[in-house]
Design a protein around this ligand. Structure first.
Ligand code: ADE
Length: 248
């Protein structure tokens, strides 16, 4: 399906001033400025209703930290969705270390849709009832804990934006890179020919495109086998890599 309006990320956060941050620079930033994609950072606190504008409270059952309130976050999500020209059926994601791992195939799928609404968690977590009531899909960028979902959201957005039509210089660079075929990327070299006694592998300067392609493939396979036996096993069993089920 193609969408007339540009791919759009809507981010719900307690720190909207963190955006666009690094997404305003380099390839993503140029594409943002030229309208190839759109970014909207919305302050969850704008949906608070009490006089202190509180967004969190202590965890039921006790324990450390604070939990993001279901009512405030639900209102923030509803406000973000009840806006004219909002894409229908966009994925609704919650950045969380307990979520489904973000993979290149999830990224390809998200980049092909209208663009997600992304909730950035903070504190100890988010009230479970809003995750269920607004069908938030939890997504993790890795097995480590950040203090909030903002940087994780930026990672996800950056990975998607570089795949949007017109953003990367040459479309082929996206097809050949790591994970495109379930393999890590082969080593790259450039001038000078000689660096601290090390030369560029002779095949790469031979001009023989078939030998270059075969060498690169073999290097990519060898790297994947040694560094990522999990990817190698998944590729050879014909099994799909963990795939996000988000539907745009
Ligand atoms: N928020 C905190 N840690 C995170 C992680 N690893 N991935 C996504 N969101 C997070």
């Amino acid at each position: 399906m193609t969408y007339l309006s540009p791919w759009r990320a809507t981010v719900l956060t307690l720190f909207p001033e963190m955006f666009p941050g690094p997404l305003g620079m380099s390839l993503a930033g140029k594409a943002l400025a030229s309208g190839l994609w759109a970014l909207e950072a919305r302050d969850i606190r704008d949906s608070a209703t009490d006089r202190h504008r509180s967004v969190d409270d202590t965890p039921a059952g006790g324990g450390p930290g604070m939990v993001l309130r279901a009512d405030v976050l639900a209102a923030a999500i509803d406000a973000a969705e009840n806006v004219p020209d909002r894409p229908e059926n966009r994925p609704r994601l919650l950045m969380s270390p307990r979520g489904r791992p973000l993979t290149q195939s999830c990224v390809v799928e998200l980049a092909g849709g209208p663009g997600p609404l992304i909730v950035c968690g903070r504190f100890e977590g988010v009230d479970q009832r809003v995750i269920a009531a607004r069908a938030l899909e939890e997504v993790s960028i890795g097995d480590y804990v950040l203090s909030g979902g903002e940087i994780a959201a930026m990672v996800l957005i950056e990975a998607c934006v570089r795949l949007l039509p017109g953003v990367m210089g040459k479309p082929v660079s996206g097809e050949e890179e790591s994970f495109a075929d379930g393999l890590l990327e082969y080593p790259q070299y450039t001038r000078p020919q000689e660096f601290e006694g090390l030369s560029i592998p002779e095949i790469l300067t031979s001009g023989d495109h078939a030998r270059v392609a075969a060498w690169r493939r073999a290097e990519a396979e060898a790297l994947t086998q040694t560094r990522r036996p999990d990817l190698w096993a998944a590729k050879n069993s014909g099994q799909k890599l963990p795939k996000n089920t988000t539907k745009g």
